[in-house]
Design a binder for this molecule. Structure first.
Ligand code: TPP
Ligand code: MG
Length: 321
């Protein structure tokens, strides 16, 4: 990795954190409609993972999708516009928080129904197989999603048909207010892949370089072996499940401990400085410019127009040619 590659990972994690801090404020001001699920604490997962993909590799995820959108190359101002329901958003303001997407960047969304995008991922990979492409479909989902029928149907078929899917479970220890051990028969989610004879492993999701390394290795395995792989990434969300979560299922000490000792941005900052890849001053400079970018992005989103009523029926169906 060149120095710039190291710094790019840092910048992306910072941007995600700052977009989400702003989103939290805008939500409390009543400017964002619907639900808002923040990714704060999990930044190293999508940043490390997506940094390892090739252009032809598809990405699809659940509703905790703002960070994934940024890593896929959607600018912060476009993500914020979508959150505010503006026409300058990536779904022209009609998708909102849970439906970020940009097919031109090979980012296939943003899906609100738990587990429902897993069969879609299998379908994307099946389409690529028919067309003889060497793309890998990277499908991200939560621990909770692995208790749902969709998960088992999609993962089973991916093995039966040997589809090029990298299944990525973000195990953040909870599905809404339910701890993994209360809902899942196995504590290591990767064990579920064993039942379908899919190779699997687990990686620390608070260390962006470990995630990147695991992603590079497994994406290329999927591509060359033309068979699925299951990667479990251990992480933790620092905020509630969505805005307004009273968080009765975990103690504030537990959250504080993760925030203080396992912050992915803090861990990576320390790594960059200790290994003399970047100085503290350089990283401060990156933080300042990210702050400026986000300030401008908020202004851009707030001053952008809303969709018009006449556009209500556009982009609902695609005309077959
Ligand atoms: C089919 C379905 N059932 C229930 C819900 C309500 N719901 C939204 S998020 C969620 C928890 C999912 O947890 P997990 O997959 O671990 O993802 P995380 O929120 O931790 O990122 C539930 C039950 C839903 N959206 N869809
Ligand atoms: Mg979860």
């Amino acid at each position: 990795m060149e120095k710039n590659d190291y710094l790019e990972l840092f910048k992306q994690m910072l941007l995600i954190r700052m977009v989400e801090d702003q989103a939290s404020v805008l939500y409390q001001q009543g400017k964002i409609g619907g639900f808002l699920h923040l990714y704060i604490g999990q930044e190293a997962v999508s940043t490390g993972l997506i940094s390892a993909r090739q252009e032809q590799d598809r990405v699809i995820t659940a509703y905790r999708d703002h960070g994934v959108a940024i890593n896929c190359g959607i600018p912060a101002k476009v993500v914020l516009s979508e959150l505010l329901g503006k026409v300058t958003g990536c779904s022209e303001g009609r998708g909102g928080s849970m439906h970020m997407a940009d097919v031109s960047k090979n980012f296939w969304g943003g899906h609100a129904i738990v587990g429902a995008h897993l069969p879609i991922a299998a379908g994307l990979a099946l389409g690529d197989r028919y067309q003889g492409k060497d793309s890998v479909t990277i499908c991200m989902f939560g621990d909770g999603a692995t208790n749902i029928g969709y998960f088992h149907e999609a993962v089973n078929l991916s093995k039966v048909w040997n589809l090029s899917v990298l299944w990525v479970c973000e195990n953040n220890l909870y599905g809404m207010g339910t701890a993994v051990e209360r809902a899942s028969a196995v504590s290591e989610i990767r064990q579920k892949a064993e039942g379908y004879m899919i190779p699997n492993s687990r990686v620390d999701g608070m260390d962006v370089l470990k995630v990147r390394e695991a992603a590079q290795k497994t994406i290329e395995m999927v591509r060359s072996n033309k068979t699925p792989y299951f990667l479990e990434i251990e992480t933790y969300r620092f905020r509630g499940h969505s805005m307004g979560d009273p968080e009765r299922y975990r103690t504030s000490d537990e959250v504080k401990c993760w925030q203080e000792e396992e912050d992915p941005i803090g861990i990576y900052h320390k790594y960059l400085v200790e290994n003399t890849i970047a100085s503290k001053e350089e990283l401060d400079g990156l933080e300042k410019s990210a702050e400026l970018e986000i300030q401008e992005a908020v202004q851009y989103a707030e001053s952008s127009p809303e969709p018009q009523a006449k556009d209500l029926y556009t982009n609902i169906y695609v005309e077959a040619r």
